[in-house]
Design a binder for this molecule. Structure first.
Ligand SMILES: Nc1ncnc2c1ncn2[C@@H]1O[C@H](COP(=O)(O)OP(=O)(O)OP(=O)(O)O)[C@@H](O)[C@H]1O
Ligand SMILES: O=P(O)(O)OC[C@H]1O[C@H](OP(=O)(O)OP(=O)(O)O)[C@H](O)[C@@H]1O
Ligand SMILES: [Mg+2]
Length: 286
């Protein structure tokens, strides 16, 4: 039987959709069903396991799964940070300490002796110890933000993204303990065949991620402005320039980084560019 590589992803939750999208954008097809907890891809030797995210680091550490997609918060809390091989750029969030809105708070030293509710006792314990603070950590597995209002704790440490859960529960963020995003993790001793499959997957993931960070840009410019346009659009090697049917004009095609895009577009217009079109890129291979 040909070698298959086994990837564990979250069954349902904050990581699920982006994990499935990433696999699909890598050109891997499979039938996902909410009942089947294991599927095989039809066009790549990949088996997908759908699990609770907390279980994924342990399964990959033990080699039950070869690969996994999980938040760094869960990976570090489980004690296996060394399994990380690639940050994936989604599910970005932070683990923060928060106190009731009206509570006085100057510095982390104010947490000395307090009861703090969290689902991340290992990360929080290390953070407090490094700062010489001793607190009583109460480990709860969810709805942590409720703890102060029901008298369970005076502070909490939980995941924050927009901050609306804190706001809705009368809490204010006072310290960032840890920053997290989704990562690809791998078992440390993969066979040579599985390592080769991992390399192929990483190559595809990098092409997808580079494509997401860049846009394809097409524009018309007066030939007299070409040097100024070229200086703004370095492209992968250099921009493609073709003459237009109208004398004295050229069409320019290039790739721009999403972060620089609006800034560069303004400058292109200022040097005479017209008819600027911007298109998404599906894959980008260097
Ligand atoms: N609000 C958020 N914004 C961005 N990322 C988040 C947010 N909340 C959680 N995450 C990230 O997504 C991961 C999964 O979050 P989720 O809330 O789905 O976990 P869960 O409830 O523990 O799921 P499971 O049922 O699989 O145990 C978290 O560990 C974190 O890395
Ligand atoms: O800062 P915000 O944007 O409000 O996000 C933070 C909330 O998101 C997560 O919970 P989620 O909604 O995933 O529910 P869960 O507790 O069931 O995991 C996390 O546990 C926080 O409660
Ligand atoms: Mg979980």
């Amino acid at each position: 039987m040909p070698t298959m590589i086994r990837l564990a992803i979250q069954k349902s939750g904050r990581l699920s959709e982006d994990s499935l999208n990433l696999i699909r954008e890598c050109g891997i097809s499979f039938v996902a069903s909410s009942y089947k907890l294991k599927t095989e891809a039809t066009n790549f030797p990949l088996e997908i396991l759908y699990l609770r995210d907390d279980d994924i680091p342990g399964y990959v550490q033990d080699g039950v799964a070869d690969l996994g997609i999980v938040g760094q918060n869960v990976l570090v809390e489980a004690g296996y940070p060394a399994l990380e091989i690639q940050a994936l750029g989604f599910s970005k969030c932070r683990l923060s300490l928060a106190v009731p809105r009206a509570a006085a708070y100057d510095s982390v030293a104010d947490l000395q002796g307090m009861n703090i509710a969290t689902s991340y006792p290992a990360i929080l314990g290390k953070y407090l110890t490094e700062r010489g603070v001793q607190a009583n950590l109460h480990t709860i597995s969810g709805s942590v933000e409720i703890a102060p209002s029901i008298g369970l704790a005076e502070a909490i440490c939980d995941i924050v993204s927009s901050g609306s859960t804190l706001l809705g529960n009368g809490l204010r963020e006072v310290e960032t303990v840890f920053r997290s995003e989704a990562v690809l993790i791998a078992h440390e001793n993969l066979s040579a065949e599985k390592r080769e499959l991992l390399e192929q997957l990483l190559f595809r993931m990098q092409a997808v991620r580079r494509a997401r960070r860049n846009k394809y840009i097409l524009l018309n410019a007066p030939t007299a402005s070409l040097d100024a346009v070229k200086a703004l659009l370095p492209g992968i090697k250099s921009p493609t320039v073709t003459p237009l049917a109208e004398e004295g004009w050229v069409s320019v095609q290039s790739v721009v980084n999403e972060d620089d895009f609006w800034h560069i577009t303004g400058q292109l217009k200022a040097v005479g560019a017209e008819g600027i079109l911007v298109l998404p890129i599906e894959k980008m291979i260097s």
